[in-house]
Design a protein around this ligand. Sequence first.
Ligand SMILES: Cc1cc2nc3c(=O)[nH]c(=O)nc-3n(C[C@H](O)[C@H](O)[C@H](O)COP(=O)(O)OP(=O)(O)OC[C@H]3O[C@@H](n4cnc5c(N)ncnc54)[C@H](O)[C@@H]3O)c2cc1C
Length: 437
Amino acid sequence: MQRELSAVAWHDDAPDPTRFTAAASEPLPTSVDWVVIGGGFSGLSAARRAAERGARVLLLEKGALRDGASSRNGGMAHVGFGASTSSIIKRFGMEGAREWLDLSRAAVRRVATLAGQGDASLMATTGIDAQWSGTGHVELTHSARGLPDLRAEADLRESLGLPVRLLDRSAVQQLTNSESFAGGLAVDEGGGVQPARLHAAMAAAAQAAGVEIREQTPATGILQIAGGYEVRTPRGSVRTQHIFGGVNGYADRLFPALRRRAIPVGSYMIATEPLAPELLAQVSGNGEMRFDTRNFLSYWRPTPDGRIAFGGRTSFWPDSLPRIARTLTARVREIHPQLASTRVTHAWGGRLSFALDRLPRVTRLDGVTHVSGCAGSGVALMTLLAEQTIDWELGGDPPLPARIAWQPVPVPYEGLPWFLPFAGIGFALEDWWNERR
Ligand SMILES: Cc1cc2nc3c(=O)[nH]c(=O)nc-3n(C[C@H](O)[C@H](O)[C@H](O)COP(=O)(O)OP(=O)(O)OC[C@H]3O[C@@H](n4cnc5c(N)ncnc54)[C@H](O)[C@@H]3O)c2cc1C
């Protein structure tokens, strides 16, 4: 494992999106309609949409397109948010909650279309197969104490029109071939993508739509000028009417207002070597996306090339990748002792961001329209919200998350979440309490 630490398993089996970018040495255009900042799902999706609507678009990516979360996540396009259904109903009422759930379902359908194989897919235009699975997901509780919450959550989702299935201990054991879980909640809508392939397909589609994509070109300054903005980069400046921010967990000093609101957090993954077909079938059920209900979440799935990709949060303190990889390896083996002698070949991490209420946001701050705060549901949500945001700026309806305010975190804070380790102690205690015997 040591040799390949820091390698992203998805990257081994996907085109490098750099091939869809313009050479960094080429001069920047002097004036465009849109500058899009950030080359992940949200930036690429917004850029493509704006270009398809006839705009001249320049996308600036600070590093390489693959540096952000979009090509290194779990690839799970699942219905739901970081916030629980009960908290959404409490805040917005049943009708409001239905709107939020419908947004999530629409986002999942949008990714299924883009990553699938139909005429409207990215594969049809780019030839890159993002390997959509359509296998749904299952949420798993480790303890019988978690069952009432799961049951309540299932009832609420059903009452909002989402079909779900509750799984008792024996159904979950049969599905997972694991003794670790007391029950589960299955949602058949949604599924998985190979995220690096989807990301590359999005870059190819954006380029084909006319977007100029520049890697190694950070936006470093934004100046309001007559009729719009001037965006500064180390390679020159560009005038623009609109600015879209797709920086999510990677917001830098250019975005102080965003950094007072969005909380970045690391998430990490490992991947095993490809498994023998019988072993893969034993541990991956129907290929559904899986995650547990702990604060110190684990999520896992089979990959299209026959590995198990397993991710999670191990600590809110700074930690080293080798240590995190060891913890995740121990976790996957605890759930599936069948993998005790299976080699872990890859480990990597990335950053996502969340709002305190764990709902996504579309917010205008200092001249930039940001799509952010995905809380681990960004594969589907960021993709759709970015498109809706372009349509909004061009005169359409606001996306649902644009209707809620985003207040700064109510403590002195700007981008370095010093309070997370303390919150982490509370989360760990809550996990322990929920699973005590
Ligand atoms: C390990 C991991 C697993 C995850 N698993 C899942 C999952 O299974 N399902 C799910 O739905 N979500 C998951 N997520 C979250 C998901 O990956 C993100 O929500 C999504 O990729 C965010 O996309 P984005 O385009 O908004 O941001 P990113 O893909 O993070 O891209 C932001 C980009 O902005 C660039 N940038 C920042 N500042 C500047 C600047 N000044 N100038 C130019 N560029 C700049 C950065 O370099 C970066 O490339 C996971 C995240 C991680 C880290």
